[in-house]
Write a protein that binds this ligand. Structure first.
Ligand code: FAD
Ligand code: SF4
Ligand code: SF4
Length: 924
């Protein structure tokens, strides 16, 4: 493989081929219970590079697996050979066509992003897997993923229009381009002829055609999409549609164009509770007849798994055994039509003895809470499992007429085989049912138990109900041994012929879909060693990666966990010390040093796992070993005033040097760095006679750092804040001794949690005193500081982040002038975690007609002081900022250090949003 890697590097470029242990190990996991460590990882920068790579791999007959977001559940995006990952900036292009009716996209963009882009056109991307926030087009198409409402009418198969496909030998076909089709026809006559031959062979046998039609009347992702051979006559159309659901075994998709679907603007949802599983299933056909477009089932165990989740009605806890919920979605073009649909739905339910009265909500927040609860079932079960076990999800589909009988039989089977706590839920409108349980694959008895269950399940689904073994998650390694069983010898042979025609040397994702190994589903199980309680529940689903700023730069949050687990396993086995050392060394920066500790990973993690905590725990352990570091940190915490002076002196000297020297930048200084706060003596509150009191705690950073050197605004933030508060009629109380106060965030992020805690205790005391034991609200001007304060300070204090205070208490008291100028805003990670985005937008709209919140920018990566010592990380995190704010001349946020990085990487000055409010107050 070494030689091959070198050759690949020659044709692709050094930076696109990886063979180091850290990259290989960290790329081992997808969202399934399987794992394989690749020998080479490729991260091609574009289509041409994939062509070159496949040509070479084809020559060497070396297997390759493609990966987009790696959230697959059946083991189809893992490889022990070459893994080719297509995500990131080069793969997320997208173009809206014909006023939103169509969209052309790269494979590395998430479904959710497409929906955001299409929203202004009143359209959406058809496929709607629950993983849509993370799953990417390449994976969505290749798995024919679907969800709660797309059924079989709006999935990738139904909505794909054309694609650019790279075949196993590196040939590129653009199915929309006649020239490309012509060239392909000349080179790949055999493949086209095989498609025609298979099409005709099937069409000549009405029995086969009928069987295929029947199987695709419900969701099915077991094997290849044979409906392509009966729905389409043109071999290019057949190829295009066979690509859907081919799980990277037929070719690489470098671009695709889809028909989009309209969004119906009026929406309602209802959670309907039935006395038992059977009656819930019996209601499904009646609801379908009433026109309900989406129905999800959650059995008693599923409801139990989410009863603590936000948005779940509290009474669920008291339900009897057997109570089952149907979550329905109602969508219409007009308000009247929605009203009518609600009435018809209610009528359909009239014969049922419901546990609670039928209630409908039209509140968008409640609707999204209900659906998030439903999306949270799988992760919730994953989170409750015993450490060291894997979470398994089965994914079958049954014809509507047999729904009740099959669900009851399935429940019985699970109870009988020792899976009494397994959860049943799913897209029941489409007969698509999931059941989830945990299993310890390192215990041979449990492997046997799993084998027995799979045996019983496959027999039941295929022989008794003629259902699908995989409805939407793809065949993967998990169901490959059962494809023939489901489809029968003749149609399975057709699938094998398809595979050989597309990929004669069998290099594309071998063993996925087509395998000779009847026990494949019992191999390659993912080990789940216990490493740190902050991350032990992790199911390696990858949902955190979209939010983790270091995804694609160093390691993502998931990869940090995967690598820690591997190190732990290797250490326990006592084997391969050299590999452990290498991994540890590489982890030092890629895992630890580059982690910003912002915790945004927890926001998209279905289990709210903050991988930053794992890193902080590691830092803490290291600090314990290094006495001098702890002493310095302790000294600094006790000498805050000296620190302030040092910072001010340093900033002042650098500013002076900047004026004198003919350079714009030296060391970490540039003209975006803050000027020191000097005229502190003049900062004081004047009005102390109001009935409205507020305690204002300026963060230690804002006590020393002013606006940036090149910003004409020289007023320190403390002064601007006091003036705004007083203008709104507040008396401002500054805590005594505030120069020596700090919330402890800088210490916490560096792994000195004890010191951080003693700092926050001191702060708590001062704030209690200033607020007369919590009588007055407390405002802190820095978002990350208030985030920690809200977590660790006493609940007697009512704490406010700046945007939150402006929104809740100042907007109604201030007369603001709204500018017509377009202005940029940045929502910090801490504000995001405190769910303040909406309030931020409202504050922004109170000050400007045109607020711009760049969509492609998440955590800024400045991370306290990291932006000074590691500007490259900051630059990476903000690589998309400059184009998004081009032409604007002002930016606002709510954390001074983040603002330094934002200014540096955009060219416009960012400062606190309090300044914007200050300047928007009408004079007079
Ligand atoms: C919590 C959770 C919930 C989920 N819910 C659903 C659900 O409701 N419905 C559903 O259908 N799925 C669901 N999934 C499964 C998974 O998220 C989807 O199947 C998703 O579409 C996979 O997309 P991905 O980007 O992660 O693809 P990957 O996992 O990276 O890849 C999927 C397949 O596509 C192939 N592939 C990737 N890129 C390309 C390319 N450019 N060209 C050709 N082949 C390619 C890979 O080789 C692989 O076989 C869920 C997963 C999780 C963890
Ligand atoms: S940390 Fe959370 S989101 Fe990330 S892989 Fe683990 S479970 Fe999934
Ligand atoms: S804390 Fe930030 S950088 Fe660290 S793993 Fe989480 S999202 Fe990634």
């Amino acid at each position: 493989m070494h030689d091959l890697a070198a050759q690949l590097a020659r044709v692709m470029g050094e930076g696109e081929v990886f063979t180091d242990d850290l990259t290989l190990v960290s790329s081992a996991a997808d969202g399934s219970c399987y794992r394989k460590i690749p020998q080479i990882v490729l991260k091609p920068s574009g289509e041409e590079r994939v062509v070159e790579a496949l040509r070479l791999l084809h020559q060497h007959q070396t297997p390759v697996t493609f990966r987009a977001a790696g959230t697959s559940l059946s083991g189809q995006s893992v490889s022990d050979s070459v893994l080719l990952q297509a995500r990131g900036d080069q793969w997320n292009h997208c173009e809206v066509l014909e006023n939103g009716k169509f969209i052309r996209t790269g494979p590395g963009i998430t479904g959710a992003r497409l929906n955001q882009i299409l929203a202004p056109y009143g359209r959406k991307f058809g496929p709607d897997p629950a993983s849509v926030n993370s799953a990417m087009v390449g994976g969505i198409v290749a798995n024919n993923a679907s969800g709660m409402s797309c059924g079989v009418h709006a999935n990738s198969y139904a909505t794909i229009e054309s694609a650019r496909i790279i075949f196993a030998d590196g040939t590129l076909l653009d199915t929309a381009d006649p020239g490309s089709r012509k060239a392909f026809r000349e080179k790949h006559t055999g493949l086209l002829e095989t498609m025609v031959m298979l099409r005709d062979r099937i069409r000549l046998k009405p029995g086969l055609t009928a069987r295929i039609r029947e199987k695709y009347s419900i969701k099915n992702t077991t094997g290849y999409g044979l409906n392509s051979l009966i729905d389409y006559g043109d071999p290019f159309d057949i190829i295009l549609h066979l690509m859907v659901g081919s799980e990277g075994t037929l070719g690489f998709l470098s671009e695709a164009t889809f028909r989009t679907v309209p969004v119906k603007p009026f929406r309602a949802s209802s959670l309907i509770y039935f006395r038992d599983l059977g009656s819930a299933c019996q209601a499904v056909p009646l609801l379908r007849e009433a026109g309900v477009p989406a129905i999800e089932i959650m059995d008693r165990e599923a409801l139990r798994s989410v009863e603590e989740s936000a948005g779940v009605p509290p009474y669920i806890k008291d339900f009897d055994k057997g109570v089952t919920a149907l979550l329905i979605d109602l969508e219409e073009e007009t308000k009247e039509a929605l009203k009518q649909l609600i009435l018809t739905t209610e009528k359909a339910l009239s014969g049922f003895d419901l546990v609670r009265e039928f209630e409908v909500t039209v509140d968008p927040k409640q609707i999204s809470a209900y659906w998030n609860v439903r999306k949270g079932v799988f992760p919730a079960v994953g989170g409750m499992r015993k450490p060291g076990t894997s979470v398994i999800i089965e994914d079958i589909a049954i014809h509507a007429s047999q729904l009740t009988e099959s669900v009851l039989e399935m429940r019985e089977m699970l109870d009988e085989l020792g899976y009494a706590d397994a959860v049943i839920y799913g897209h029941v409108l489409d007969g698509n049912l999931h059941f989830i349980f945990s299993q310890d694959f390192h215990n041979p008895e449990e492997v046997k138990q799993y084998e027995t269950m799979i045996g019983r399940l496959t027999t039941m689904v295929v022989e008794k109900y003629n259902g699908s073994l995989k409805a939407e998650h793809g065949t993967g390694l998990n169901m490959a041994p059962f494809v023939e069983f489901e489809w029968g010898k003749e149609l399975y042979r057709v699938m094998r012929e398809i595979k050989s025609a597309f990929d004669p040397t069998g290099i594309l994702n071998p063993d996925v879909i087509i395998t000779d190994d009847p026990r494949l589903h019992l191999k390659h199980f993912k080990p789940m060693p216990v490493v740190d309680e902050s991350v032990d529940r992790c199911i390696e689903c990858g949902f955190c990666e979209v939010n983790c700023l270091t995804t694609g730069y160093t390691l993502s949050a998931r990869q940090r966990i995967v690598v820690r687990r591997e190190i732990k396993m290797l250490a326990e086995s006592g084997k391969d010390r050299r590999k452990i050392q290498g991994l540890r060394k590489a982890f030092t920066y890629q895992g630890d040093g580059s982690c910003a500790g912002d915790g945004l990973c927890a926001v998209s993690c279905p289990l709210s796992i903050d991988t930053g905590d794992l890193i902080k725990h590691m830092r803490e352990a290291r600090n314990k070993e290094r006495g001098w570091g702890r002493h310095m940190a302790r000294w600094a915490s006790n000498h805050m005033i000296t620190l302030h002076r040092a910072v001010e002196l340093g900033l002042g000297s650098m500013q002076l040097a900047g004026k004198l020297l003919p350079v714009k930048r030296f060391l970490f200084w540039d003209r975006h760095m803050p000027r020191p706060v000097r005229k502190r003596a003049s900062i004081q509150s004047g009005n102390l006679s109001s009935d409205l009191n507020v305690v204002y705690f300026p963060s230690c950073i804002n006590q020393s750092m002013g606006t940036s050197v090149k910003d004409p605004q020289k007023m320190p933030l403390m002064q601007a804040t006091i003036e705004v508060l007083e203008k709104a009629g507040y008396s401002v109380i500054l805590p005594a001794g505030m120069r020596s106060l700090c919330c402890g965030t800088p210490w916490e992020s560096k792994g000195f949690s004890n010191i951080a805690d003693s700092m926050s205790e001191r702060l708590e005391k001062a704030l209690l005193e200033a607020s007369e034991e919590g009588k007055y609200p407390v405002l802190c001007d820095t978002s990350p500081c208030i985030y920690r304060m809200k977590r660790v300070l006493t609940k007697r204090l009512t704490l406010y982040e700046p945007v939150e205070f402006i929104h809740d208490h100042l907007l109604d008291k201030l007369d603001l002038h709204r500018t017509a100028k377009e202005i940029a805003f940045h929502v910090t990670c801490s504000s995001t975690k405190m769910e303040l985005r909406e309030k931020f937008e409202r504050v922004a709209r109170a000050c400007t007609d045109h607020p711009r919140f760049p969509e492609e920018v998440g955590c800024c990566g400045f991370a306290g002081d990291k932006g000074m010592t590691d500007p490259a990380l900051n630059g990476w995190a903000l690589r998309n900022l400059a184009p998004e704010v081009k032409g604007l001349d002002a930016g606002y946020s709510n954390s001074r250090t983040c603002e330094i990085g934002l200014s540096r990487n955009s060219g416009i000055d960012y400062k606190s949003v309090i300044y914007l409010v200050h300047q928007s107050i009408r004079k007079g």
